[in-house]
Write a new protein. Structure first.
Length: 379
């Protein structure tokens, strides 16, 4: 019988964010027609959606996304695929999603999200594919569309692990990060419609984008009990790596906060984040990205009720092809100019609706094969 799985070039090998990129998976967004604005989604994107949604209790409603914006997003993703291929990178894609797929468990229901921000549900740690434990109910089955690729890597010799799948019941999510800062998240939680499970409290819930890889060392953002459980799981299952806990540098993802560009040099959102990093990184050279404001992003007024779910720092979310070549949003010319002055070759790629769909080029990609190994960059 012929092998039904797409052929990968080799087994997975990806220890860092900057050595030569040989193979990458780029997400896809067909039929990304709505956000399912349930409690899990509202809590995950709380900083950006709370001011707009406020105390609206219609927590199970769908927030439509206009077809024109989805079409433009897909045009921009095609541009990313073309640009990476032109850099000599082998580009793979997830399976195509079905249209308007509704999913459910015994405890909740949601409209499924397509595999666009694939960095979230998976992290490659060396030769190991690690499927993580999603925060948002609509994303629970997202990785099924990457399984053909995962089987191909497995057959080529990769290891493949999965965190325990969370039930994501009404009691699963920890809002401690917000409570510590005195932030009221009742507008996210008061409309909860999910059921509970007796005896099940806070679960292991974690995204791959809470990590940054530096060879043998991995930075791990831990903002609550959900993340603490995941860090323990990572430490037990991957003892050959050194995991460095960052105590609440953000509520979840960190790839628009700290982005290592090569050993000794990183993009960092602002100086206030330096103290969160391991001491060895605090002496690295830092590029602080130019400021952005709301006028740098599309105005969706003419499209009705459209909510940007990502922060205005999303364009820091760059993807390195190697130590001197970086893919950057063409709509962030200030960062392009700054990186070029520092000697980088910048590959500008258009990405118009990054805030609306919650991801930049690092989010959209899963770098499965890079040249680097389990090197010690922190000593």
């Amino acid at each position: 019988m012929p092998n039904p799985h797409p052929a990968a070039v080799a087994a997975a090998n990806s220890f860092d964010e900057w050595t030569q990129l040989h193979e990458v998976v780029v997400g896809r967004a067909e039929y990304y027609t709505a956000h399912n604005v349930d409690t899990s989604w509202r809590l995950f994107f709380h900083d950006n959606v709370a001011p707009t949604l406020g105390g609206d209790s219609a927590a199970s409603d769908l927030l439509p996304i206009p077809d024109q914006l989805v079409d433009e997003l897909n045009e921009d993703i095609t541009g990313l695929v073309t640009a990476l291929a032109a850099c000599g990178v082998n580009v793979l894609r997830p399976a195509a999603p079905g249209k308007d797929v509704d999913i459910s468990s015994p405890f909740w229901s949601a409209r499924a999200t397509p595999p666009l921000n694939i960095r979230d549900q998976t992290i490659i740690l060396g030769n190991t594919i690690v499927e993580t434990a999603p925060h948002v109910r609509a994303r629970v089955f997202e990785n099924d569309l990457l399984k053909p690729l995962f089987y191909s890597y497995f057959e080529a010799g990769s290891n493949w692990l999965s965190m325990p799948r969370p039930a994501l019941t009404r009691d699963s999510l920890d809002d401690a990060y917000f409570r510590r800062q005195g932030i009221d998240v009742s507008c996210a939680t008061d409309g909860e419609t999910a059921l509970g499970i007796d005896g099940l409290g806070l679960e292991m819930i974690f995204d791959g984008a809470q990590c940054m890889r530096l060879g043998r060392d991995v930075l791990v953002n831990v903002a609550n009990r959900n993340h603490e459980l995941a860090l323990r799981w990572l430490t037990v299952n991957l003892p050959q790596l050194r995991f460095h806990r960052l105590d609440g540098i953000a509520d979840n993802h960190i790839d628009s906060v700290v982005v290592p560009l090569r050993p000794g040099l990183m993009l960092l959102r602002s100086p206030k984040y330096l103290s969160y990093l391991p001491l060895a990184m605090q002496s690295w050279d830092v590029i602080y990205p130019p400021a952005t404001n709301e006028s740098d992003f599309p105005d969706y007024t003419d499209f009705g009720f459209v909510i940007p779910i990502a922060s205005r720092y999303i364009d820091i979310n760059v993807l390195s092809v190697n130590e001197t070549t970086v893919v950057v949003n063409a709509h962030y010319p200030e960062l392009i100019s700054l990186l070029e002055k520092r000697g980088f070759t910048v590959v500008p790629v258009r990405h118009r609706h990054r805030r609306l769909f919650g991801g930049g080029f690092h989010c959209f990609t899963l770098d499965t094969v890079r040249a680097g190994g389990c090197d010690d960059y922190l000593g």
